[in-house]
Design a protein around this ligand. Structure first.
Ligand SMILES: [Zn+2]
Length: 339
């Protein structure tokens, strides 16, 4: 135990500030490096991100003794309530920028990929280029979509805390969403930027680059429409969320909300949009879903595919009938004209 007393100056943590952020700010105040300051707390060799992940009672007591901040308040600055699997979701700094937060303050919620608004200032977060989701999606579309993220964020939050196990969880959904449901294909016309013929020749390689096609774009077509083509694909499984951009994590959170609302319908939508290339991959991704859901998906898919076949037959017959009638009318007119 330390015999040293309290540090002469200790400013209090900001609301929802992370332990790592507060310790780094104190180190800067004392003109020390973070390891030097941690040693000053009698925790030499400890990593601030490890302390923030799981702060033991002994470590908490040492920091409390030197700073005067209670052990309960220190624990509240950690992620100790998070399950081990959720650690990959915690970024070392804030993922996205709040224009109203001080640049050196990192808040707990801002490290999570399902946070899109600053919890303190209620400001829309900005991506690395300074754009908000409203800038990217348009304000009206963002407002509608943002309300859809709430259920997804709540599901992710309870998964991170180790709750809600047993049912279809966000990780199983993420594996499904990031599955390549179709073969990779070059940008289609709506995905290509407008360019002159000369530019098209210059960018021939780009226009022919096969782009990975993932199930998430079927469930959130709004993302498919606005995401830049080269950054449209996301990393597989939970990494799609853990390493995604502001727009990608926003889309995945909406995806999770929509699957949560109606998993069978959403799975069917993706299965109907698949090609033979994606069939096996989707089947594998669905293996982690509860059996009762998979059975409902198979039954509904069989019916949906039968209905689709019937619809195509009717359509073909109608087309044939119409063209036949047209040909008959044309030949009749023709005969009439020459007679
Ligand atoms: Zn803020």
């Amino acid at each position: 135990m330390t015999a040293r007393g309290r540090l002469p100056v200790v400013f209090p943590p900001e609301p929802d500030e992370r332990l790592s952020s507060w310790l780094a700010r104190l180190a800067t105040f004392y003109a020390m490096t973070v390891p030097e300051f941690v040693a000053e707390l009698d925790l030499a060799g400890c990593d601030i991100f490890d302390l923030e992940w799981r702060l033991s009672e002994g470590e908490g007591a040492l920091i409390a003794a030197r700073t005067g901040v209670t052990e309960v308040a220190l624990q509240a600055m950690t992620y100790s309530e998070f399950a081990p699997d959720a650690r990959i979701m915690i970024a070392r700094k804030s993922r996205h920028c709040c224009p109203d937060c001080p640049a050196d303050v990192y808040r707990r919620a801002a490290a999570l990929p399902w946070t899109f608004i600053c919890a303190i200032h209620s400001t829309d977060l900005r991506d690395a280029g300074g754009a908000t989701l409203a800038d990217i999606l348009g304000p009206a579309r963002f407002d509608v979509l943002h309300s859809h993220t709430k259920a997804g964020a709540a599901a992710l939050d309870s998964w991170a805390r180790g709750e809600g196990l047993g049912a279809l969880g966000p990780i199983e959904m993420l594996f499904f969403l990031t599955t390549r449901h179709r073969h990779a294909s070059p940008p289609n016309v709506s995905e290509q930027p407008r360019m002159s013929l000369d530019a098209r020749r210059d960018y021939h390689r780009f226009l022919n680059t096969p782009i990975v096609r993932q199930a998430l774009t079927v469930i959130v077509p709004e993302y498919d429409q606005v995401a830049p083509i080269l950054t449209k694909p996301v990393c597989p499984g939970p990494y799609g969320l853990a390493q995604g951009s502001l727009l990608q994590t926003f889309a995945l959170t909406i995806d999770i909300s929509r699957i949560g609302d109606d998993p069978v319908t959403r799975a069917i939508e993706v299965l109907l949009a698949r090609d033979p290339d994606g069939q096996e991959r989707l089947k594998n991704a669905l293996r982690s879903w509860p059996l009762s859901l998979r059975r409902r998906v198979s039954a509904r898919l069989w019916r949906a595919e039968r209905d689709e076949r019937d619809r195509q037959i009717v359509e073909k017959a109608t087309r044939w009938h119409q063209s036949h009638k047209l040909r008959y009318a044309q030949s009749h007119t023709y005969r009439y004209k020459i007679s």
